[in-house]
Ligand binder design. Structure first.
Ligand code: G6P
Length: 369
């Protein structure tokens, strides 16, 4: 097992550090940035199913569901296709309105999650075209879907999903960009720019990983908190949910993710000097609004940890700590902002002496209802 961990103390840490290479493996042969081409057989062969779909429904569980939420922003923003994201366990019992004009995308690292598999069967019965985004080759979900794209992240052993999440987002981004281009919703230059920026994500993750020593200092300071709040807006709202899930799963600290603007409808009541609030405040059109949210937290003595774009000045002034990530296009920021939140949960869990790779009560793949 020590050999399999490749010199890392835990599989989770190894898998966090594997993300640059895993994402390169995900887009290899698919993303031809210089030529301005995205090539994905499962999409190319079924392109009309997607371009003529009334809507896309994404079904998944856990972290894969969060990847689906990120995809909702990308698909709607770039490809202008309406998207619904559903917990597979709710979808399967909800008598959903799905017809043969629908595309359903099932996202699953293991390809074995029982609820996701059942949701796929239901969608097929209703005549939908079902596309799988799986990591495990030949898994039940990969076999049950009409077509699909593998994430090629390599084996993920740690129960808390890390590289599966970022590679799922990579695949879904490739699909969204391809559809945006085919549907004529993106100019050539904008499309090219997105491809080039996507290609640069692995090296930007490498840079984000270098904040590790600083993140350990932050982790030490907040490891004894009873509660934590994670806030983000737009593309980074799902990242806030995922950040909170990571902390819960492996440290057993209660954490909630919220859209930053919803804070005033509830969570703000919890804020006092004991409450760390992790706020994703990267460069994007909502930046100013997130800064106002940070001011609201500060005036209630909450502890603010900002996840910011390199060179940020404004949040640095207000926050107790900032963790920087490189600059990129707004639609690609989740691939970077996720990284420090993974490391933070990891270090808090290690400091609390938790079983990081096999947290209590959790399973890597949930094959029962
Ligand atoms: C379990 C795992 C999670 C995972 C979820 C969905 O809860 O602990 O890490 O996100 O199942 O799994 P899947 O394999 O379908 O992505």
């Amino acid at each position: 097992e020590q050999i399999e961990k490749g010199g890392y103390e835990h599989f989770m840490l190894k898998e966090i550090h594997e993300q640059p290479e895993a994402i390169r493996d995900t887009y290899r042969g698919r993303l031809l940035a210089n030529e301005g081409i995205i090539r994905m057989a499962g999409i190319d062969d079924n392109i009309e199913k997607f371009t003529q779909a009334d809507k896309i429904t994404i079904v998944a569980c856990g972290t894969s569901w969060h990847a689906g939420l990120v995809a909702e922003y990308i698909f709607e923003d770039l490809a202008r296709i309406p998207v619904e994201v559903e917990y597979a366990s709710e979808f399967r019992y909800r008598n959903p309105v799905i017809t043969n004009k629908d595309v359903v995308i099932a996202i699953s690292q293991s390809g074995e999650t029982a609820d996701t598999l059942a949701a796929i069967k239901l969608a097929k019965q209703n005549g939908a075209f079902v596309f799988g985004v799986c990591n495990v080759v030949g898994s039940s979900i990969a076999r049950e879907t009409h077509a699909g794209a593998y994430t090629h992240a390599g084996p993920e052993i740690g129960v808390a999903s890390t590289k599966a999440f970022t590679t799922q987002i990579t695949v879904l981004t490739l699909i969204a960009l391809k559809l945006a281009k085919v549907k004529g919703n993106m100019s050539n230059s904008d499309f090219h720019h997105h491809l080039q920026e996507l290609e640069l994500i692995p090296e930007k993750i490498e840079k984000a990983l270098k904040a590790d020593a600083h993140i350990q200092i932050v982790a030490k300071q907040y490891k004894d908190a009873k509660n934590s709040l994670y806030l983000g807006r737009g593309y980074n709202f799902p990242v806030a949910l995922e950040g909170a899930l990571k902390l819960k799963e492996i440290s057993y600290i209660h954490a909630e993710g919220y859209p930053a603007a919803e804070m005033k409808h509830g969570p703000i009541a919890l804020i006092d000097e004991q409450m760390p609030v992790y706020v994703i405040a990267v460069n994007n059109p909502h930046y100013g609004k997130v800064v106002s949210n940070i001011e609201e937290i500060k005036s209630r003595s909450g502890k603010i940890i900002g996840i910011v774009t390199e060179g940020d000045e404004e949040v640095k002034e207000l926050a107790d700590h900032v963790i920087e990530v490189p600059n990129t296009l707004e639609s690609l920021t989740p691939l970077l902002t996720t990284i420090p939140l993974q490391l933070l949960s990891y270090h808090i869990a290690v400091m609390l002496d938790r079983n990081v790779d096999q947290p209590r009560n959790l399973a890597k793949s949930v094959t029962v209802e």
